[in-house]
Design a binder for this molecule. Structure first.
Ligand code: THU
Length: 130
């Protein structure tokens, strides 16, 4: 899928964010290598620490649908510069190898990067422990 189509899906997902505490809505759209699309939006909770980011929701939806090979992900939020995924999401992305990550904001700014660039030296139990 083209990046602008995936961005449109991420923006649509962002509208579904449940963010009454931060009022900061984030949308994500993940394309698998098999061509499936999984979207995510952040879901917050009164117990703030239980809130879940858009990126992880999209990834977890894909994983429980049997998809673990990812082509690319778009993340979008209403930030000045492009949105910057949190450290936890970067670690969760890295579990599934290196794939393209397209960061965007609502004003049309876009930055293309990838998981390795977002989290150099990620911990990997499969690699780092005998
Ligand atoms: N959030 C995301 O969903 N993704 C990001 O990349 C940054 C942060 C959410 C978590 C929380 O619901 C809100 O944005 C404010 O931190």
């Amino acid at each position: 899928m083209k990046n602008d189509e995936l961005l449109k899906l991420a923006k649509e997902a962002r509208e579904k964010a449940y963010a009454p505490y931060s009022n900061f809505k984030v949308g994500a759209a993940l394309e698998t290598k098999s061509g499936k699309i999984y979207t995510g939006a952040n879901v917050e909770n009164s117990s703030f620490g239980l809130s879940m980011c858009a990126e992880r929701i999209a990834i977890f939806k894909a994983v429980v649908d049997g998809e673990t090979n990812f082509e690319k992900m778009v993340v979008v939020a209403d930030t000045k510069d492009v949105v910057s995924p949190c450290g936890a999401c970067r670690q969760v992305m890295s579990e599934f190898g290196n794939f393209e990550v397209i960061l965007a904001n609502m004003s049309g700014k876009i930055k293309k990067t990838d998981v390795n660039a977002l989290l150099p030296g990620a911990f990997d139990l499969r690699r780092d422990v005998d």
